[in-house]
Design a protein around this ligand. Structure first.
Ligand SMILES: Nc1ncnc2c1ncn2[C@@H]1O[C@H](COP(=O)(O)O[C@H]2[C@@H](O)[C@H](n3cnc4c(N)ncnc43)O[C@@H]2COP(=O)(O)O)[C@@H](O)[C@H]1O
Ligand SMILES: [Mn+2]
Length: 658
């Protein structure tokens, strides 16, 4: 700064002199020529004079300088950030042989950060077509600080490192979704054509690299490839999913892919791939799930899943559940926070199984924070008040022999009480939600069926395999289970399979009255008016109805979910999003009729759920900001749909009009 100011001052003085005394022009020219000539001849000397001036006489021609000069690595001496001296290696390898007078170090070594270079690991720099590690040590002294900089060329080493990383093995498992269902009724020739198509697509995908692919069972393949190839797959969003789907759009053909990436060993990569496949399947299939040491990443999942469930498995799980219950001293059953009719209905069904097994059991529920108050009240009125306990009240009865049965959620973060879960010696989980991250690990029994409509449907099936003929739920319990099914299928309009109706028929046989079930859904006047306002304020965006609102009455929170449901009954609404301010944040309920996967959209906002019913809770944000986040998420989803050839009807119509 000071130098620059002095230079400007000198230039100004010379200018004034030249104007005042034009006669000195020739003298100035001679002086300039002399300066350049002397500088050319003595430039190395000048540099050493400057170095001596700054470093003191002790460096120039000192033993230190003589020892640094022949060093095989480039070395330089800096004052502050100015290069005062450098050895021959530095000049030839980093300055292309050019000798610069006191340049700034960042000019010679772009990107150098002296603080970084001072660390033990040094700083990696890309310089002169190579990779260098820079190490420095500084003698403090503010502007007069002295720094010794030494550089090591690591180009070859880094190439080996990059190659090592790029050639690490990754493991993939491919599974054709619902293989038996898809191929069982097909003509042999048709099956052969499709299987050949799948083989071709997968061989083409894997064959491009150095890896290999093997078919290990019907509809199941494994592959081992290099990391560089996995990087390409991820970059292309696992477009193999689209290619498989496109093989025959008239059949519901899709695959799920589990990928183990970044593992230390091949065995670990295989374990990760199997876990990831489980995740992809648990989320409804037709997607790729990558597992790395940092967690899961999902690709695809824009189409409908294929049902994959067997009654045999249901019976096996029922037997295992009974065994666990009989081994326990107590059973504590709980659902998710802000429990609903499915959580309490299925919990009550499990409680009936415990009663059949003659093991003491209770449902832990916060009665001041539930959406199933109508069902709880009906059960209390029927004399079953002892079935319920506040989560805190349940803690004293829990021992290492106590079994905790979690229903209607698999997520650790959503359970009614984490303390109960942690205190119980054993845990069983019964859930129907598509899988996301954050699930309860190390459960002794997991019944996770994303193809079931509800937890109540699963528990109704178990009840058919437990106890004797007369050991059945009573009328109110059956109505609770039926209300759970009706809640999650939106009165049998969505997510229903043959087994949903079989379960409903069984509940009817146990005495469930549909009129009573309907009454469990009755709303208060404030809930109804809140819902009506939310519905009336909706705006359309790319086939989706979006409502954004400020706070609603706390006792009318269920209206958020109900408004999202009701918006779907409006023509041309493929999905609905109701965003309402709750404290400093915003809660969103999202619903669809199946053509749009709202789980994927809500996941992009940090929430989750399943294909037709999902939600998210955003913190520290205004409702209007949420509107634009929802719209961006819809845009991204629509683009992904377009890429997969699964454009929605409304989007297609809009295009046709243009
Ligand atoms: N952060 C999250 N991460 C993952 N998954 C999440 C998250 N937040 C919510 N979810 C899941 O998303 C779906 C939808 O939730 P929702 O709040 O929009 O709707 C649930 C209830 O509020 C709603 N409901 C309860 N009682 C009634 C009623 N009487 N009438 C209408 N609607 C009602 O129904 C939804 C029940 O969902 P379920 O428990 O999953 O069956 C949900 O899956 C969250 O778990
Ligand atoms: Mn629920």
């Amino acid at each position: 700064m000071l130098t620059a100011a002095l230079a400007v001052l000198c230039a100004l003085l010379v200018l004034v002199l030249l104007v005042q005394r034009p006669a000195i022009w020739p003298v100035l020219v001679v002086l300039a020529v002399l300066w350049f000539a002397l500088f050319g001849v003595f430039r190395y000397r000048v540099r050493s004079w400057v170095a001596r001036w700054v470093c003191g006489g002790s460096f120039e021609k000192s033993k230190t300088q003589f020892s640094l000069e022949p060093l095989s690595q480039p070395a330089a001496l800096l004052s502050g950030e100015t290069v005062l001296w450098y050895n021959t290696e530095f000049r030839t390898r980093l300055m292309k042989g050019e000798a610069l007078l006191v340049p700034r170090v960042q000019k010679v070594l772009p990107g150098l950060d002296l603080q970084e270079a001072r660390k033990v690991s040094g700083q990696l720099l890309n310089l002169a077509d190579g990779v260098w590690s820079a190490h420095s040590s500084t003698v403090p002294g503010e502007a007069e600080s002295m720094t010794l900089l030494v550089l090591n060329e690591e180009t070859a080493l880094r190439k080996v490192e990059a190659e090592y990383k790029a050639s690490r093995p990754g493991y993939l498992v491919f599974l054709v979704d619902g293989y038996d269902d898809v191929f069982s009724d097909m003509l042999d020739s048709e099956r052969a054509r499709l299987l050949e198509g799948i083989n071709r697509v997968l061989e083409d995908m894997i064959g491009r690299g150095t890896g290999f692919l093997r078919r290990v069972a019907s509809g199941r393949y494994i592959a081992v490839v290099e990391e560089r190839q996995l990087e390409q797959f991820a970059k292309r969003g696992y477009d193999v999913l689209d290619k498989i789907r496109a093989l025959d759009p008239s059949v519901n053909l899709s695959i799920s892919i589990g990928v183990g990436r970044g593992a230390k060993t091949l065995r670990e990569a295989q374990d990760m791939a199997v876990q990831a496949l489980d995740m992809a399947q648990g989320r409804g299939g037709d997607q790729a799930a990558e597992m790395t040491p940092d967690g899961f990443t999902f690709y695809g999942g824009v189409s409908h899943g294929v049902e994959k469930r067997s009654k045999v498995r249901s019976r096996i799980v029922a037997d295992q559940l009974v065994k666990l219950i009989k081994e326990a001293d107590h059973v504590v059953i709980m659902g998710h926070r802000m429990s609903d009719l499915d959580a309490i209905g299925s919990a009550e069904g499990v409680l009936r199984i415990c009663k059949i097994c003659d093991v003491p059991a209770v449902i832990a529920v916060r009665r001041d924070a539930t959406l199933a108050g109508s069902l709880i009240n009906a059960l209390i009125a029927a004399g079953q008040e002892d079935d319920f306990i506040d989560p805190k009240g349940a803690l004293p009865i829990i021992s290492q022999r106590t079994l905790c049965i979690v229903v209607d959620t698999y997520q650790l973060g959503l359970v009614e009480s984490r303390e109960i879960l942690e205190k119980c010696g054993k845990v069983a989980v019964i859930d129907h939600h598509r899988k996301g991250v954050g699930f309860i690990e190390k459960a002794d029994l997991v019944c996770h069926e994303p193809y079931a409509s509800s937890a109540s449907e699963l528990v109704t099936e178990f009840l058919q395999y437990v106890g004797d003929r007369d050991d059945k739920p009573n009328r109110i319990e059956a109505e609770g289970l039926l209300s759970g099914i009706m809640l999650d299928t939106r009165d049998f309009t969505l997510h229903t399979g043959v087994r949903t109706f079989e379960a409903a028929a069984a509940l009817r046989r146990y005495g469930a009255e549909t009129e009573h079930v309907r009454q469990l859904f009755d709303v208060s006047m404030v809930e109804y008016t809140t819902k009506a306002t939310l519905v009336s304020e909706a705006q359309m965006y790319r086939g989706c109805a979006i409502t954004v609102s400020g706070e609603v009455a706390p006792e009318a929170r269920v209206a958020i979910a109900q408004a999202a449901n009701d918006l779907l009954t409006i023509q041309n609404v493929e999905a609905s999003f109701v965003a309402v301010q709750v404290g400093g944040g915003v809660n969103i309920s999202a619903r669809s009729l199946g053509a749009v996967n709202v789980q994927v959209i809500m996941e992009s906002l940090g929430g989750g759920g399943h294909q037709t019913m999902a939600a998210a809770q955003l913190k520290h944000i205004t409702p209007e900001a949420v509107r634009s986040r929802i719209q961006t998420a819809i845009d991204q989803y629509r683009e992904a749909q377009k890429k997969s050839g699964l454009e929605s009807e409304s989007e297609q119509k809009k295009k046709d009009k243009q």
